[in-house]
Design a protein around this ligand. Structure first.
Ligand code: NAD
Length: 487
């Protein structure tokens, strides 16, 4: 029986529970309450861990093919419910409906990929030595915790769940407090469609993540944490215990450069940069945060970019034609305003936007009191500005001019982050050189959306450790065992 996700968002040991308290979930565009989620504490989290530990032996003993069948059923059910899921996501995250739908469909593809990777996660046999062969086995690491952010509340969650379950690990999901409803609904769909046994997939929503996650981290039975979110919290998870080690995957913040070389297809590059910057109102870990344009094409490129930006339509994500929704909250808006004010103080010019957005007088929808900001382009940016070193996480694009390729790559690499970089151009040798020298886990060549299930996703430096997706993704949930045999 479907459970109303606005009242029972804890799936623990096979039961949907409401918890002792609930919290409100807001539409970030209108600040209206769109649902309620259960507010779990450490006790519920530890009950879920007990259930995960109890479920582990049987789940790891199922065949990879059975697990794959369950996951593929989950993927099909997600596709079938895409419209509902997208509406829930837009209601609590604010992103335009077409983006939400795209994310849902991408999540289903990730689940299908994980299902198949589980079937390929075998080991190897080493040559005969000292009387017998050696075997390298892959074994599920054990009960896992998936902590997910609000900005991509479906894909981040489904990718972790798929890889954990395919590897044979029970997983407890902890969605972000801003977006508990989509997380809960996805867990319900995957658990029901796949007929998953109690304790294999569980969900904990809470407004006290530090306390709840802290209780789980203190327990050595939790063998794996996969976290997507801020670098600050990611670092705190690593520091959380000095008594034991645990496998930890971190997908953290980014500060993506985009480089437009002099031989780029300029209209295509302008469209791609606009998409890679303003999708999800700039609240993406792989959003372009710094745009470097070759001096010889700058005058031609800028109007093309501004044309794209002028075509963006700000509004409620559920309204027809909206391409830019609100920021998740006013703290996010404050950071955007701080970055713009600092850049302008240091000499940048506002070429588009540069202020809060308000709905037009007499517009079709009233009550848009959320944290909206106009899509903004700053020209004359330089490397001393706050925006040049901090992740903005909003719809602001600073444009820098460069004179040669070496300079562009060096400036692009001058960041503590290393998640994604974009390069636009034509000559293959030059594109290859740039891709090779950019110190980022992901390099997008003439591509505005470098996320594919087949490719590993993750960053270098302060952007994280381990990878999700690709053939590498499942490694994060597997131990390697060496078996030495004398027969
Ligand atoms: P956040 O770190 O505040 O929250 C992310 C998750 O961590 C949420 O589920 C939250 O409840 C939980 N959390 C918060 N404090 C915690 C604590 N003390 N202990 C344990 N869990 C805690 O991040 P955010 O602001 O919600 O998300 C935005 C950040 O996420 C940005 O920096 C963005 O770049 C990053 N991000 C990275 C990727 C990636 O794949 N690299 C993807 C999406 C977002």
């Amino acid at each position: 029986m479907p459970v109303d996700p606005s009242t029972a968002t804890l799936l623990i040991d096979g039961d949907w529970r409401t918890g002792a308290a609930t919290f409100e979930v807001l539409d970030p565009a209108t600040l209206e309450v769109v649902g309620h989620a259960a507010d779990a504490g450490p006790e519920e989290a530890l009950t879920a861990l007990d259930a995960a530990c109890a479920a582990f032996p049987a789940w790891r003993a199922t065949s990879a093919e059975e697990r794959a069948t369950a996951l593929r059923a989950g993927a099909a059910a997600i596709r079938a419910a895409a419209g509902t899921l997208a509406a829930i996501m837009t209601a609590e995250n604010g992103k335009p409906l077409h983006e939400a739908r795209g994310e849902v469909m991408g999540s289903a593809r990730m689940l299908d990929w994980a299902a198949e990777e589980g079937r390929r996660a075998g080991g190897r046999v080493t040559p005969q030595a000292a009387g017998g062969p050696g075997l390298v086995l892959r074994a599920p690491v054990g009960p896992a915790l998936a902590i997910t952010p609000w900005n991509f509340p479906a894909s981040m969650l489904v990718r972790k769940v798929g890889l954990a379950l395919a590897a044979g690990c029970p997983v407890i999901v902890k969605p972000a407090e801003q977006t508990p409803l989509i997380g809960t609904e996805l867990v319900r769909i995957i658990a029901e469609a796949g007929g998953l046994p109690a304790g294999v997939l569980q969900s904990i929503t809470t407004t006290r993540p530090a306390e709840v996650v802290g209780a789980l981290l203190a327990d050595t039975r939790l063998r794996k944490v996969s976290f997507t979110g801020s670098t600050e919290v990611g670092l705190s998870l690593i520091r959380s215990t000095d008594t034991h080690l645990r496998r930890t995957s971190l997908e953290l913040g980014g500060h993506s450069p985009a480089i437009v070389l002099e031989d780029a297809d300029l209209p295509a590059a302008a469209a791609a940069v606009s998409a890679a910057k303003f999708a999800n109102a700039g609240q993406s870990c792989i959003a372009v945060n710094r745009l470097f344009v070759h001096r010889t094409v700058y005058e031609e490129f800028l109007p093309l970019l501004l044309e794209r930006v002028a075509a963006l339509r700000v509004g409620h994500g559920a309204d027809e034609g909206t391409t830019l929704g609100p920021l998740i909250d006013f703290a996010g808006l404050d950071k955007v305003e701080r970055h713009v004010a600092d850049a302008v103080k240091r000499g940048a010019a506002v070429a588009a936007g540069g202020r809060r957005w308000s709905p037009p007088e007499g517009g079709a929808r009233a009550g848009l009191g959320g944290a909206f900001y106009e899509p903004t382009v700053l020209t004359g940016a330089d490397d001393t500005m706050l925006i040049s070193s901090e992740e903005t996480f909003g719809p602001v694009l600073p444009v820098y001019v460069f004179d040669d390729e070496d300079e562009a790559i060096e400036r692009a690499n001058t960041t503590d982050y290393g998640l994604a970089a974009y390069v636009f151009g034509s000559a293959l040798a030059r594109l290859w050189r740039a891709a090779d020298r950019l110190d980022f886990g992901i390099v997008a060549v003439n591509d505005p959306a470098p996320v594919r299930p087949e490719l590993p996703f993750g960053g270098m430096k302060n952007s994280g450790q381990e990878r999700e997706g690709g053939s590498e993704g499942i490694d994060a949930y597997l131990e390697t065992k060496s078996i030495s045999m004398k027969l």
